[in-house]
Design a protein around this ligand. Structure first.
Ligand code: 4AD
Ligand code: MG
Length: 478
């Protein structure tokens, strides 16, 4: 057999007369003659023409949807429509059979819910192939973006004894026997006997550690899994998701917004440049789906149109105070159509408000900044007014919040008094406070929810469909 070539390469470069081998999984086999083979390198399949009269019957019988095969032969110009070249098979090797009576994926469109139940096989569909190739591209783009700008990739810990971020409920990590937990004399859990000799959790964010790195390396970013044990059953929440958290020294809130907007646009552009076939497929798929919806529920833009729009326009930058004014004067608020009606300045914004601002009012991505300190984290920098902090959230159409970030409080005295206000024990945070004691400087950063970004660029509706194996309440399959 000749050397294996990937189908993506063959489609682009293959010339009639070449001898090649392709390996992959059979999508369809028609008329005992035409195999559509997919190897995951791209959305397109390679057509392989079998001369069934000169091929062993047992081999012909084994070529069924889902079987893994290698086919060797000559590249020829395709007689049929839809492809430039095809392979005239000389030999076919069967690696793995797929019993057609049992193989759950048929050559038809399956519902996403069903595919979620067979997440171990859904990689083999066009839709999930496209999603996971795009997911790869987007993560590569993120590394490239930061690397090109001189940021260092920093690995923040997954297991942590720090509980100060307050970003969400944490998953506890322990090796203590759950059916016989050792107790202290006061009846508390005796963590001294636990693996780390203290209570530990899975991290909800790498930010606090990234700050330590930034205050020496100037510009760092983390890109890792984060865990939140919130009982959210929405299409935007996962219990395990990936977050990108840049942290930059000598940087204020405006620089931070600029970095975030540049990064988001860079990722979109990268995917447009490198995944066009997959995007076209998903765009098409979405348009089919939209057709089955009533007019008023259809989205105003097709996928690629939406991505192009996002690239071509500046994000709207609006203060929280201005956003509250807009929301209080909005129809759904006045008519009490919001589930949470906004009564006054200081109210926390829910996803319905964020989406109103983005989708109905501004009709473009929005950066909200300067939030009331009482609804934000202790580490955000207090503004002159004493009421707001230098926070920023980026809101995207169809998604809501995609990024949350802030300028950090670099002044030790202000930070300490904020911690006191919020009951955060100083002793446990001494390592964090040391950066403010020694060589503190203005700095800022943010966190991008990776899966929310993938939702946006793929146009998918449910976050469980853009991560290979989603974890959510009641489900940690595979
Ligand atoms: O707004 P969050 O909680 O911010 C932080 O954790 C900061 N420490 C980030 C920083 O400043 N370095 O989370 C950041 C982003 C959100 O905007 C959202 O996109 C995503 O993480 N996110 C989730 N994505 C999926 N499932 C969840 N349960 C998520 N919770 C937050
Ligand atoms: Mg947030």
């Amino acid at each position: 057999m000749s050397k294996r070539v990937k189908i993506k390469h063959l489609i682009k470069e293959g010339q009639p007369g070449e001898k090649v081998t392709v390996s992959g999984w059979v999508r369809t086999f028609r008329q005992n003659r035409f195999i559509s083979l997919n190897d995951g390198s791209c959305l397109s399949n390679m057509q392989i023409v079998v001369d069934f009269e000169n091929m062993e019957e047992s081999i012909i019988k084994s070529i069924t949807t889902g079987a893994a095969i290698s086919a060797s032969g000559e590249v020829v110009e395709s007689q049929g429509r839809g492809q430039r070249i095809e392979i005239q098979a000389e030999t076919i090797e069967i690696h793995g059979l797929a019993d057609p009576d049992k193989y759950p994926l048929q050559a038809k469109r399956h519902g996403l819910e069903f595919l979620r139940e067979i997440a171990h096989l859904r990689f083999r569909t066009n839709t999930f192939g496209a999603i996971f190739r795009i997911r790869h591209s987007a993560s590569f783009a993120i590394h490239k973006f930061f690397n090109d700008r001189g940021f260092y990739y920093m690995h923040s810990p997954i297991l942590t004894g720090s509980d100060a971020e307050g970003a969400g409920e944490m998953f506890q990590v322990t090796t203590l026997p759950l059916n016989d937990v050792p107790k202290t004399e006061d009846g508390e859990v005796d963590y001294k006997q636990d693996f780390f000799e203290k209570a530990t959790n899975l991290t909800v964010s790498g930010q606090l550690e990234a700050e330590l790195g930034a205050l020496a390396l100037s510009e760092v970013y983390t890109f890792g899994p984060t865990f939140r044990a919130e009982n959210s059953h929405t299409s935007r929440h996962l219990a395990e998701f990936w977050m990108i958290e840049p942290e930059v020294a000598f940087c204020d809130l405006e620089d931070n917004m600029n970095l975030a907007e540049d990064m988001l646009k860079y990722i979109i552009q990268y995917v447009m440049d490198h995944n066009r076939e997959d995007l076209d497929f998903l765009d098409n798929r979405l348009q089919q789906e939209e057709k089955s919806k009533p007019q008023h529920q259809r989205s105003p833009m097709a996928l690629i149109e939406k991505l192009e729009f996002c690239l071509a326009n500046d994000f709207e930058r609006v203060s929280y105070t201005e956003a509250i004014r807009i929301l209080m004067n909005s129809k759904p608020n006045k008519k009490k159509k919001f589930q949470f009606v906004i009564e006054e300045w200081g109210a926390d914004l829910h996803s319905e408000h964020e989406r109103f601002l983005v989708e109905k009012h501004f009709k473009k991505p929005v950066i909200l900044y300067d939030y009331p300190k009482d609804i934000k984290s202790f580490y955000m920098r207090l503004n002159e007014d004493g009421k707001t902090v230098g926070a920023m959230d980026i809101l995207f159409p169809g998604i809501g919040e995609i990024i949350g970030g802030s300028q950090r409080e670099e002044r030790l005295d202000v930070l300490l008094s904020r911690m006191k206000e919020m009951d955060i024990p100083e002793e446990e945070m001494s390592w964090y406070l040391d950066t403010r004691r020694f060589g503190t400087c203005p700095h800022a950063g943010y966190g991008l929810g990776f899966e929310r970004m993938i939702l946006f660029v793929t146009g998918m509706a449910n976050i469980r469909d853009v991560i290979p194996f989603p974890r959510y309440p009641g489900s940690a399959e595979f």
